[in-house]
Design a protein. Structure first.
Ligand code: ATP
Ligand code: MG
Length: 630
């Protein structure tokens, strides 16, 4: 690709090929990704192809059965066809071992979505190789989720306005969208977007390797999740594709370096686009910040290339953008070193320090007494947590409310209703009680131990939000400072408990305010648990000076204002009363589990967690700066 005809909304920045050194660094990237287990084996690949072939056959069988149900003759029903399309990361060629496959089932107009969720589901139920079958008919994009032959599959559905679906059918022609319902348009678009991305990338080999690198980096740094307000797979793919357009002859290493350089400085909310937005003749809504206030509010718009174009990143919030920017900065620094031979790719892929970065956390615990309900509850909370985060961002003292991208899930076999009740209140066995709180009923049978066959079970999920506070928060008449998150907390609890599937008998929700040293062991995954100091975060944990082991990335910790937290149990949420001091004078007499640990559990009392604190490690976190005006 070296002529004047270019892909993208602007000409390339450079047509130069990469240097021999850059090529060598790309080979190192490939080797590192292999060592990180990012590529599946030949056997796995073969299995995926077999699975896709079987599902394609099943789709044809489904169309046949549905056609008979709609009173077609046997021969006509047989000729109706039906086809599956793989899309998403599998289609892009960047899926890793164990990844799921996004598939679209395309059928003729007379086959309905109802048929899909009855006849197709029945056909799947009858297959031995199918398990974890979960139809989700009411989703934004209705989907059947399952494991087929050991491969996780998301199967979506679209009925096109044509009587038959031949095997040669392609979906790129916009005309196929005519007269489709909104669900089918969204479903078809998944496939159209993936195909357009591939079409708009000049060098697919470099694109794939660079995208694999960015996906692994984003996952390790806990910023890979559309639902939590970060970027999902397709958004990362579009960012990498745009860099490929700007450097059409560059190798993967150079594309990765360009990725960090470009998006660290990107003048958001200027949108990232792979081609100009098509207005189309079908009057479908396309992303348009001039016409729609909602689109104007998008903080990091990344626009899908297939008509009707939409913003794949509408969930990004002020906080998640802030964290993404901080990670881009870290990534840029490391990749600059890698490109000059001064660092290794593994440094880029170090795990996130999310649980060591903040001083304060909110822990959202949900529980259910049966697994099916819990799957639904989990999905609901996961999809709504960003609303809580948005409300928290509105609390004056909070600069960043950053959700963690995954939940910690457990199944407990309980001895008694009291055990279940304690879990409902958020007192999980994974969050050890202080040793001076003898409470034999709390210790339910350990997770998994004899959960099988137990009469009473509790399924739990804990979600976390890290909080970065401004230095100065308002002083009350008594001289104490107060952080009050009760209003957004209560609103979120109301949102969950007013959900139409909520069942107050079998479900529970509680929210705890935790200091960093009160976090349960499991979130550290065997890693050290000391807090990593960041640039100018509010307050501080125990003095590293005192421990004689300074791994701080802080610019001037002595200047920071300390906030001692005493959380007040409240019937309407969590209220924490921070009593302010300046650490200069206090010489880091800090809040810890002994002097102010009363993390409140909404409406249910409190749980205090004392945890052992091993020495801090040598590991740099991302740098968080307090922003005066966000
Ligand atoms: P992963 O490896 O995480 O599965 P992926 O590229 O397969 O990444 P998914 O999140 O599985 O991405 O989405 C599959 C497809 O669905 C995407 O390729 C895209 O076409 C569509 N899609 C998903 N999320 C969005 C979104 N936020 N906006 C627009 N399209 C989306
Ligand atoms: Mg996918």
């Amino acid at each position: 690709m070296s002529d004047s005809k270019h892909l993208g909304v602007t000409p390339p920045v450079s047509l130069n090929p990469s240097s021999a050194e850059e090529e060598a660094i790309s080979l190192e990237l490939l080797a590192t990704l292999e060592a990180e287990g990012q590529f599946e084996s030949a056997d796995e690949s073969r299995n995926r192809e077999i699975v896709l072939g079987k599902i394609d056959k099943l789709v044809k069988e489904f169309v046949y059965k549905a056609s008979l149900k709609h009173r077609m003759s046997e021969s006509l029903a047989r000729s109706c066809g039906g086809k599956i399309f793989a899309f998403g990361s599998f289609r892009l060629g960047v899926h890793n071992a164990g990844a799921d496959i996004d598939t679209l089932c395309v059928v003729p107009s007379h086959v309905t979505r109802d048929d899909f969720f009855t006849i197709m589901v029945d056909l799947l139920k009858n297959r031995n190789e199918v398990d974890e079958l979960t139809p989700v008919p009411n989703a934004y994009v209705p989907v059947i989720k399952m494991r087929f032959g050991g491969v996780e599959i998301d199967l979506t559905f679209a009925a096109l306005q044509q009587p038959t679906i031949p095997d040669e059918l392609e979906l790129l022609d916009t005309a196929i969208l005519r007269n489709l319902d909104e669900f089918s348009i969204r479903s078809v678009n998944g496939s159209r977007v993936t195909d357009e991305i591939l079409r708009l990338v000049p060098n697919v080999t470099s694109f794939r390797l660079a995208l694999r690198c960015i996906k692994l980096w984003a996952k390790r740094r806990a910023i890979y999740s559309n639902s939590m307000g970060f970027l999902g797979g397709v958004a990362w793919a579009m960012l990498v594709a745009r860099v490929c357009q700007l450097y059409p002859n560059a190798c993967a290493g150079s594309i990765v370096a360009g990725f960090f350089r470009i998006f660290l400085k990107w003048p958001w909310p200027k949108p990232v686009m792979l081609k100009s937005i098509e207005i189309g003749t079908m009057r479908l809504r396309v992303w348009n910040p001039t016409a729609y206030a909602g689109d104007r509010a998008h903080k990091m718009p990344i626009i899908t290339p297939a008509y009707p174009s939409m913003c794949a990143t509408h969930n990004v919030s002020q906080s998640t953008k802030y964290i993404i920017d901080a990670e881009l900065k870290r990534g840029d620094e490391i990749v600059t070193k890698i490109m000059s031979g001064k660092a290794k790719w593994t440094e880029l892929f170090e795990k996130s320090d999310f649980f060591r970065r903040y001083r304060y956390y909110l822990q959202v615990n949900v529980m259910s007494t049966d697994v099916e309900s819990h799957n639904l509850l989990h999905g609901f909370v996961e999809s709504r947590l960003r609303q809580y985060v948005a409300q928290l961002e509105g609390v004056g003292a909070i600069v960043v409310a950053c959700p963690y991208v995954k939940s910690y899930d457990h199944e407990y076999a309980c001895k008694s209703d009291e055990d279940i009740e304690r879990i409902r209140q958020g007192k999980l066995p994974t969050t050890p009680m202080p040793s001076d709180t003898p409470d034999p009923t709390t210790v339910v049978v350990k997770e998994g131990e004899s959960a099988e066959g137990a009469e009473k079970k509790a399924h739990t999920s804990a979600f976390y939000v890290g909080l970065l506070l401004i230095k100065e928060i308002g002083r009350e008449a008594n001289g104490k400072r107060r952080l009050d998150v009760s209003s957004p907390t209560q609103e979120f609890i109301n949102l969950v408990t007013q959900w139409d599937t909520w069942n107050s008998e079998g479900m529970g929700i509680s929210i705890s305010f935790l200091l960093q040293n009160q976090l349960p062991d499991e979130v550290f995954d065997g890693q050290p648990r000391d807090r990593v100091r960041s640039t100018t975060t509010s307050g501080s944990t125990k003095s590293k000076k005192r421990r004689g082991n300074d791994t701080s990335t802080t610019d001037n910790p002595a200047k920071r204002t300390k906030i001692a937290m005493t959380a007040v149990p409240s019937t309407s949420g969590v209220a924490a009363e921070p009593a302010a001091k300046t650490d200069e004078a206090e010489k880091e007499k800090d809040v810890n589990a002994e002097d102010a640990p009363k993390a409140a559990v909404v409406a249910t009392g409190f749980a205090a967690i004392a945890a052992p604190v091993p020495p801090p490690p040598k590991q740099a976190g991302i740098k968080l700066k307090l922003l005066n005006a966000l």
